[in-house]
Design a protein around this ligand. Structure first.
Ligand code: PLP
Length: 388
């Protein structure tokens, strides 16, 4: 677990490009070595003065990537996990049996399924509400009983926005914490802890790594408190830590995080604007469009862009959406998001029964390709799906 705080002089983009400027003391290498040892020499007086004991609690390569992430999120501490799901579930597993949890109806589908189907086996009482509506959250929390409000913003795959300041105030007044899945925003565009959230979660598999070649998860905390230490204990005891090779790849990906996120967000906005006027598109869901019902809130919480994720609803319903996805050649027809390559997915068919995702929806993850090429490929597929 890393608790490094940001040196103040340089920007986050600068510090990330240089992975906080660490130079290997022995070789003077500008890229630190990957630490793969699972065990460490104990001092003659029986102490572990290096601070490292064994590979399951953590390791230096993990700590180096965590320090960069903590810096990005203005966090007291960060922890890396073997996946986004391992990070998210570790937060819920740090609660006590009987605790009440408020979570969103629109959220990452696998976590919603885990909350609805598995979390009750740990005695958690889960209530799903529209977390984009602070009044609904206010009505759902039970002071003294609710211990966690979970939000996701922008939320997958409808890209609604949760008002983090309002949710933090509601959660704290009830004696609960606010945790936020900020995967789609990334810390480049939004830092939930600065709006009052207590914990930020990322599927680092996505834009943080950015190259579709690592599965990883991350948590960042405003305070290194007893709850955070319980999560750290879960990671250690359940063996959920990220491997050092993956942490190294994640760190390499994060060096270009700022550039990738800003470029992909600009492309997403460009595509959203162009598809908003497309004859075969019924609706574009993107918080960067002034027509988005929460555009003003998104503009308050996100700076530098509105993210690389958007969805379009195809005119002609599900068949038309599926035919459009089948007709692309440049966009890659695959699940996931946040890579340098653009992905398209018919989302309802992967989420299955009970999804709040409309059947005509195509989820788009903008990468860093030429936006004109991306528009031309999808425009062609949309027109072909309509016999054009
Ligand atoms: N949260 C969001 C918003 C996601 O999109 C995902 C994965 O798609 C996850 C969490 C889970 O991450 P992982 O697949 O790394 O477990």
């Amino acid at each position: 677990m890393s608790t490094t705080r940001r040196p103040s002089r340089w920007s986050k983009r600068t510090l990330t490009a240089q992975a906080l400027g660490k130079i290997d003391p022995q070789t003077k290498a500008v890229v630190p070595p990957i630490h793969i040892s699972t065990t460490y020499i104990r001092d003659p007086d029986n102490q572990y003065s290096s601070g490292f004991v064994y590979g399951r609690p953590d390791n230096e390569t993990i700590r180096e990537a965590e320090a960069v992430l903590a810096m990005w999120e203005d966090a007291s501490a960060a922890m890396l996990f073997g996946s986004g799901m391992a990070a998210a579930t570790s937060v819920f597993l740090a609660l006590e049996p009987g605790d009440h949890v408020v979570a969103p109806t629109v959220m990452y589908w696998a976590l919603r399924n885990w909350l609805l189907e598995d979390a009750k086996r740990w005695g958690l009482e889960i209530e799903l509400v529209d977390t984009a509506d602070p009044a609904a959250v206010r009505a759902a929390v039970r002071p003294g009983k609710t211990k966690l409000v979970w939000a996701e913003t922008p939320s997958n795959p409808l890209w609604t926005i949760a008002d983090l300041s309002a949710l933090a105030e509601i959660a704290h007044a009830a004696g609960a914490r606010l945790a936020v899945d900020s995967t789609a925003a990334t810390p480049v565009l939004s830092r939930p802890l600065t709006f009052g959230a207590d914990i930020v979660m990322h599927a680092a598999t996505k834009a943080l790594n950015g190259h579709s070649d690592v599965v990883a998860g991350a948590l960042c905390a405003r305070e290194d408190d007893a709850f955070w230490q319980r999560i750290a204990r879960n990671r250690k005891m359940l063996g959920a830590v990220l491997g050092p090779f993956e942490a190294y790849l994640l760190m390499r990906g994060m060096r270009t995080l700022d550039l990738r996120v800003r470029t992909a967000s600009a492309t997403a906005l460009d595509l959203a604007q162009r598809f908003a006027n497309h004859p075969n598109v019924m609706d574009v869901l993107y918080p960067g469009l002034p027509s988005h019902p929460q555009h003003a809130l998104a503009a308050k919480q996100m700076t530098g862009g509105f993210g690389h994720m958007l969805s379009i609803r195809a005119r002609g319903g599900e068949a038309s959406a599926v035919a459009t996805a089948a007709g692309v050649s440049l966009w890659k027809r695959a699940t996931s998001l946040g890579g340098v390559e653009s992905l398209i997915e018919h989302r309802a068919s992967i989420e299955g029964p009970g999804t709040p995702c409309p059947p005509d929806l195509l989820r788009l993850s903008a990468g860093i390709e030429d936006p004109d090429d991306l528009f031309a490929d999808l425009d062609h597929a949309l027109r072909r799906a309509h016999g054009g």
